[in-house]
Design a protein around this ligand. Structure first.
Ligand SMILES: O=C(O)CCC(=O)C(=O)O
Ligand SMILES: [Fe+2]
Length: 215
């Protein structure tokens, strides 16, 4: 959908992204488009060898819709020197996430300084309960200094309440009520984050793009 933000809308989004390192962009894709993208994958047989081709098509179509004039203008203004879209993925997180999805523990991503992750939610959080939980920059910094984000996946934790309390910080987190077609854009090297697994019998469908500053 072409949203056509006013200059003020754009300025507000840019300011939030700079200040909070995360923003919620509503209605980037229509509900119909989300359903049609999910159906493209759902209608396949599990054994279908063409699955990766279809996923690539879903990502491609999603990319055309998401990187519309508004989002492109915002990213150009944010990055200044230009940006590149890298490592796109289509992901389905099921209720077995605790055993199959590594991102359910608190962590910081590695990678290129200034990177952003852009998640397109194809179905709503209210439907599956699977959300991306983030911690603000200040708490993240204090926890990082205390060693709460080990490199080893096995040592990472789903719950950092005790660690926060020990540092005299309140257990407060950031999350958005993401609806089908909404975008979560955030700095995964600056804000600690984790994925909350979906409710029993539910699945979350997302397309994710990593955006890095042009070198
Ligand atoms: O799936 C999520 O909600 C978060 C995934 C994550 O940690 C990442 O892509 O860096
Ligand atoms: Fe991550």
């Amino acid at each position: 959908m072409d949203q056509k933000w006013s200059s003020l809308d754009l300025a507000v989004q840019l300011e939030s992204l700079k200040r909070d390192c995360s923003i919620h962009i509503k209605g980037a894709l229509s509900r119909e488009e989300c359903i049609s993208l999910m159906d493209m994958v759902e209608n396949l047989q599990l054994s279908d060898a063409k699955r990766s081709d279809i996923e690539a098509k879903v990502i491609e179509q999603c990319q055309v819709s998401v990187f519309n004039k508004d989002v492109t203008r915002m990213l150009e203004a944010h990055f200044g020197q230009g940006y590149q879209i890298m490592w796109s993925s289509f992901d389905v997180v099921g209720d077995d996430a605790a055993h199959s999805y590594p991102s359910i523990t608190w962590h910081l991503d590695g990678g290129v300084t200034g990177s952003l992750k852009l998640f397109v939610y194809l179905n709503s959080v209210e439907e599956h309960g699977c959300n991306t939980l983030m911690m603000d920059q200040e708490r993240t910094n204090q926890l990082r200094k205390s060693g709460a984000f080990p490199i080893s996946m096995k040592e990472r934790k789903e719950d950092l309440t005790n660690e926060l309390i020990n540092l005299n910080l309140t257990p407060e987190y950031i999350s958005y009520d993401l609806k089908a077609g909404d975008i979560l854009l955030f700095s995964p090297l600056i804000l600690a984050h984790r994925c909350i697994p979906p409710r029993i019998g539910k699945r979350r469908f997302t397309v994710c793009f990593t955006i890095i500053p042009a070198s």
